[in-house]
Ligand binder design. Sequence first.
Ligand code: UN1
Length: 495
Amino acid sequence: MGKIPLYRNYVDGRWQEDANRREKVINPANAKVIAEAVISSPQIVHEAVDAAKRAQPAWKAVPAPERGELLFEIAQKLKEKKEELAQVLTAENGKPIQEARGEVQEAIDMGFYMAGEGRRLFGQTVPAELPNKHAMSVRSPVGVAGLITPWNFPIAIASWKMFPAIVSGNTVVWKPALETPGMADQFVKILDECGLPHGVVNLVNGTGEEAGNAIVEHDEVDIVSFTGSTATGRAIASKAGGMLKKVSLEMGGKNAITVMDSADINLAVDGILWSGFGTSGQRCTAASRIIVHRAVKQELEEALVAKTRELAVGDGADENTDVGPVIGETALTSIHDYVKIGRQEGELLCGGQILNEGKYKKGYYYEPTIITNVHPSARIAQEEIFGPVLAIIPVNSLSEAIQVNNDSAYGLSSSIFTNNTNEVFRAMHEMDTGIVYVNAGTTGAEIHLPFGGTKKTGNGHRDSGTASLDVFTEWKSVYVDYSGTLQRAQIDNNE
Ligand code: UN1
């Protein structure tokens, strides 16, 4: 075995090795060890928080347009390195290279977008109640931000949090997922090369139990922004709640695509394939329920099964791959367990097996799977599977479709395929999710709109868009009285 990279921590502008423990990084396409990453002790997290705390006043004092300019250079560098980054991403995450390029593009877009925020960061100026008085609100940074990010979108989601955090004057301690430390390494190297002052972003690799907890539990971490599982999010919320710490959570989804009788069926099939089986179903936004009007159910199922069978499952590094491996062995087993449950709850139309022969022998591959005639309350229609598995639920009307769509603990993304204008507007208003698509699948959010969901998907905050600035800033209301007299609000103007 040739020499493999070691991914280190980056604390106070220095690359550091924690010699005690390391974790192997695996390519899910072939189970090869491709790198190692250090595993941080809570002590290292504390050092990173100290560094972030020390760097924050000076970073806050840098004029926001200048912080934005630095972001512009970072985005430019990400753009130059797009292909290299995409290759690293596919090797450690498994997603098809086309999708990896798309994900890096999402980070580039977020960089350029937030660079512009350096010259906006709008507050409000409003009339004051009293004469010769000025009233306005300005944004100020929250302080030290702890970012905990997942493996499924290791650079896009990191950029949704990192860029708004730093453009608005926070400093950062970032714990990326164990499975994808290479992306974090590449990202932070770019920040460093572009001259981000030391201590502004600190990278700590490690486990959720140790490094993640150490971030959440540290008194000097003022805000935690997390994307990942509902169980972890709940644990973070209860700890952070007790500490009265600001926390922004993005968690699960159980997203549905509704196909109405007026829909263009071929278009709906393409949307379902892309959102159901793209990234092997491992997106929070992945479609996992298909709600179909009975009038077009058979037509849709036939077309869907035929096209699903044509999908090329394989190594994501191959340009022709449609569906890559899933992230690892545990995921494979969990997906297969759900499919076993699903076969009791409905009828298997295609797929249903772990692929482990021939070219699939070494990696973690699952057949794109469709199960039909599933009841809306079935486990495979309620629980997040995070794999390439679709449950088809037949309905008789739009009202029933909306009811089924909303019958979920989660509320991230919904989609409707229809050519009926009234249905478009009803769906838009009545589907209870943070994102609604019309005549497109449930995936593909653009970075300049808020990303997030209702109910147990989140806790009311949003990533990306200008909404993310609300996560990383506090409002400060400012009143300037230039009358030269003491003017008492609510009293002197209401005598
Ligand atoms: C995620 O699934 O965690 O909207 C993020 C999308 C992508 C981002 C997905 N732009 O599907």
